[in-house]
Design a protein around this ligand. Structure first.
Ligand SMILES: CC(C)(COP(=O)(O)OP(=O)(O)OC[C@H]1O[C@@H](n2cnc3c(N)ncnc32)[C@H](O)[C@@H]1OP(=O)(O)O)[C@@H](O)C(=O)NCCC(=O)NCCS
Length: 435
């Protein structure tokens, strides 16, 4: 019997099948030949929420959730966070290798020269209500760029793709900053090409009447580290949206907007906003045990805890904790951090969380840092979307250049009616109450 195969016996027919096993997977299409007869469609797998289905072969980001390992293109996240800038990491994600000094200078220069937005984008932004959620503005404005850059539809041309990638990475901080300034009623600030990527973002957010914005270096570095930690995360909900939408060969602005829309949900990028709300509800350390009891009763979840993949401490959460200390040296003591630390301490000893392997994830501390830096909770997911754009684009490129990929189109298990006889409207009864 050949090794690296799986033998399946179909008890319905008594037939045996030998399927190749490669990289710990069998090909779902190999199951199709398992049939009860010529009329049978063939066996499929049923996997709601993709709990155990690989949808692609990827070389971008590696996670070992049990061991708490995260690597971009083979490099541990800890080393990248310590030694690199976000743009260096974006280059790594997109091109597969760390840039040389000359390559990095060139890359930074190119991204810097793509930070301006078309003036019509300002008018577009002004159309939003003053209290529109910044994520709604971000998603819509990224999608609107599709209307500005018609050439972006030529996704099969590698040079063109790269051009759009540079535009997107350059412009997302500008869009993010504009959505913030709009929500507080301040005039938009144009990019300053003398500044680094995080400094320029801070400039577009917070510059008031001073002739030149000067960023606090500790805050700028902390922001850059947070960008590195959020740059990619394997086949998560938004990366999957990017690939699925991109697989129809839509342009990268629309695909990125779709990915950002997926990120906006509270179970994904919206979680850090929820963590802060939760810490506000808890209020003081004394209220933590009672709150944890309610979580255990299933009344609500402990936001910022648990992960589909990590069943160990999220490595990003460790780095964030370290970064938080650097930020608080500048911004001063933070009462929310005290509550969060205590919440983590109590939860990590509790049987409910231990048994389910629920550990703090990246969102548990990031919101606290963002708030200390001066961001309102509504901005948190937008801050996540800026660096994740690089990851989405790396996933998108990989998908487009993978000869095995096609338009994404899952199967379904039909549980509805067989053919029904049509009923004219005057003969229909109301079958579903209240509808
Ligand atoms: C991230 C998340 C969506 C992963 O969900 P998942 O992989 O589908 O895990 P499940 O929902 O199956 O959870 C498994 C068990 O742990 C419990 N659980 C998961 N996350 C929990 C949390 N944050 N608080 C309390 N219980 C939690 C579930 O209720 C379930 O318990 P059960 O077996 O008694 O039913 C989930 O952990 C969550 O909602 N966390 C809070 C939101 C958050 O922080 N998201 C950011 C992710 S980076």
């Amino acid at each position: 019997m050949p090794q690296n195969t799986l033998t399946i016996t179909d008890n319905r027919t008594g037939q045996s099948y030998s399927l190749p096993v490669e990289n710990g997977t069998i090909r779902a299409m190999d199951l199709r030949k398992i049939k009860t007869g010529p009329e049978d469609f063939g066996l499929m797998t049923y996997d709601p929420a993709f709990m155990n289905t690989a949808s692609c072969r990827s070389a971008v980001t590696f996670i070992d959730g049990d061991k708490g390992i995260l690597r971009y293109r083979g490099y541990p996240i800890e080393a990248l966070a310590e030694h690199c800038t976000f743009l260096e990491v974006a280059y790594l994600l997109l091109f597969g290798d760390l840039p040389s000094d000359a390559q990095l200078k060139d890359w930074v220069n190119e991204i810097t020269h793509h930070t301006m937005l078309h003036e019509s984008t300002k008018k577009f932004m002004e159309g939003f209500r003053h209290d529109a959620h910044p994520m709604a503005m971000f998603v819509s404005t990224v999608a609107a760029l599709s209307g500005v850059y018609a050439d972006s539809r030529n996704i099969h041309d590698a040079a063109n793709r790269l051009h759009q990638i540079k535009r997107l990475i350059g412009k997302v901080p500008s869009i993010a900053a504009m959505s913030y300034r709009h929500s507080v009623g301040y005039p938009y600030v144009y990019p300053d090409n003398d500044l680094t990527y995080p400094e320029n973002f801070m400039n577009m957010l917070w510059k008031m009447v001073e002739p030149k914005y000067v960023a606090n270096p500790a805050i700028a570095r902390a922001l850059d580290i947070l960008f590195i930690l959020h740059a990619d995360h394997e086949q998560n909900c938004s990366a999957n949206a990017m690939r699925a939408v991109g697989s129809s060969q839509t342009d990268p602005y629309l695909a990125t907007a779709a990915a950002a829309a997926a990120l906006a949900g509270p179970l994904h990028g919206g979680a850090n906003e929820e963590v802060l709300r939760m810490l506000d509800v808890i209020g003081t350390k004394q209220n933590i045990p009672a709150y944890i009891e309610k979580v255990k009763e299933g009344k609500f979840k402990l936001m910022g805890f648990g992960h589909r993949v990590y069943k160990n401490y999220d490595p990003r959460a460790k780095i964030i904790k370290w970064t938080a200390d650097r930020v608080f040296e500048v911004t001063g003591h933070n009462a929310k951090l005290e509550i969060a630390l205590e919440l983590e301490r109590i939860a990590l000893q509790d049987e409910y969380f231990v048994q389910r392997k629920l550990y703090p994830n990246v969102d548990f501390y990031s919101g606290i840092i963002y708030q200390a830096m001066g961001f309102r909770p509504e901005m948190f997911t937008v801050l996540f979307a800026i660096p994740r754009t690089a990851g989405w684009l790396a996933q998108w490129q990989e998908m487009l250049t993978d000869p095995e990929q096609k338009i994404a189109r899952p199967r379904q298990v039909w549980i509805g009616h067989e053919t029904r006889e049509f009923v004219p409207i005057d003969q229909r009864r109301e079958l579903v109450a209240g509808r």
